[in-house]
Design a protein around this ligand. Structure first.
Ligand code: H2U
Length: 342
């Protein structure tokens, strides 16, 4: 039976959630909103950019003349360090204080670059900084989880095209991470093996959704993908966190990030927007069940101007997609690995 001949639901083994898939809807006409496509910034240095080297940030702090990566504590942090541990409870009203540290990471001093346009060695330096922040923040007494992420493109709420990402470290383990932890722990307790590791082996044997692969990593459109061109990058070996990557594996991670983001840009010949994030072991204790992975959630659907909206049924009931994960994987796989602008 070809499941794609039917409207159907697919199960996400990592979150224990379902996505509704409607392959027959891909032909429906579109007369809705068009966004202006994102153009690549053309200047290496912007005197008005608060992330460029030597410039003054919104709160008056001055960036150093950095030549590689640069990290600083977010001047408008969503989480504050060392909050008192207080619980507020009034019948059914409940709240708790939450301590945390938010940082901004500049990937490069060059304002005009994005990950697909950076050298593999320079992306590796970003990964090394992610490792350092994960390790240092995670070792703090009040920090139990470190979320690394990037918002790319104005359409994703990114405030500035200068290549950068963020790190939010906090005392609680966030909801989505907890769901993934529970599913992985169930499998690990039963089999002594990684749930994601088993899934990756299945995907390698089927070869229907894999878009890139190297010695240490695979990149694939997950069977249960929600966003049209959602991609997951995962190490083939069962690593709980990015901390375990040696220098060769870090380069492999860097290569596959460059490959995925290059294919993304080539899809609609635009600087492809997305939110990406790394899910990995929380830092409260050892988590042998965790298999780290990096997910990319891009909003674009059928051109640089037409994005998918998570509205209506998706807001009230369940995520839904039209093009199948296999169609998306085929499209991404067939694109060139050389950036369209070069
Ligand atoms: P985006 O990645 O979503 O663009 O966010 C950039 C972050 O940079 C944002 O969280 C911070 C904002 O608080 N920021 C500073 O810390 N200093 C500044 O001078 C401007 C922006």
């Amino acid at each position: 039976m070809d499941i794609n001949n039917y409207s159907h639901r697919r199960y996400n083994i990592l979150t224990d959630e379902w996505v509704l898939v409607s392959p027959h809807r891909t032909k429906r006409p579109w007369q809705g909103k068009k966004d202006t496509p994102t153009d690549l910034p053309k200047i290496d240095y912007d005197p008005n950019c608060y992330l460029c080297p030597g410039n003054t940030r919104a709160n008056g702090a001055v960036n150093p003349d950095y030549t590689s990566t640069f990290v600083f504590t977010n001047d408008f942090a969503a989480l504050l360090e060392d909050q008192p541990e207080e619980i507020f409870e009034d019948d059914m009203l409940k709240a708790k204080t939450e301590s945390g540290i938010c940082k901004v990471i500049c990937f490069s001093p060059n304002h005009s670059l994005t990950l697909p346009l950076m050298d593999v060695e320079d992306i590796a330096k970003v990964i090394d900084l992610w490792k350092k922040e994960y390790t240092e923040l995670g070792s703090k007494e009040k920090i139990n989880h470190v979320q690394i992420f990037e918002n790319k493109g104005a359409i994703m709420g990114c405030s500035n095209p200068h290549p950068h990402g963020q790190v939010w470290a906090q005392s609680s383990i966030p909801e989505i991470v907890l769901k993934k932890q529970e599913q992985q722990a169930k499998h690990y307790t039963k089999t002594g093996k990684s749930l994601l590791g088993a899934y990756i082996q299945k995907e390698i044997s089927l070869d229907e959704r894999i878009i890139a692969r190297n010695e240490h990593f695979v990149a694939l459109v997950p069977f249960w993908a929600v966003w049209p061109y959602e991609v997951m990058i995962a190490p083939i070996r069962h690593y709980n966190s990015i901390k375990q990557l040696n220098s060769q594996e870090t380069l492999s991670f860097s290569e596959i990030i460059k490959e995925v983001t290059t294919r993304y840009d080539n899809l609609f010949e635009t600087s492809f927007p997305y939110s990406s994030g790394i899910h990995q072991s929380p830092t409260d204790k050892e988590h042998p069940e965790w298999h780290f992975h990096m997910s990319f959630y891009p909003p674009l659907l059928r051109s640089a101007e037409v994005k998918k909206f998570m509205v209506g049924y998706e807001m009230f009931a369940n995520p839904q997609r039209d093009i199948t994960a296999e169609q998306a994987a085929n499209t991404l796989k067939e694109l060139s690995n050389k950036h369209y602008s070069l």
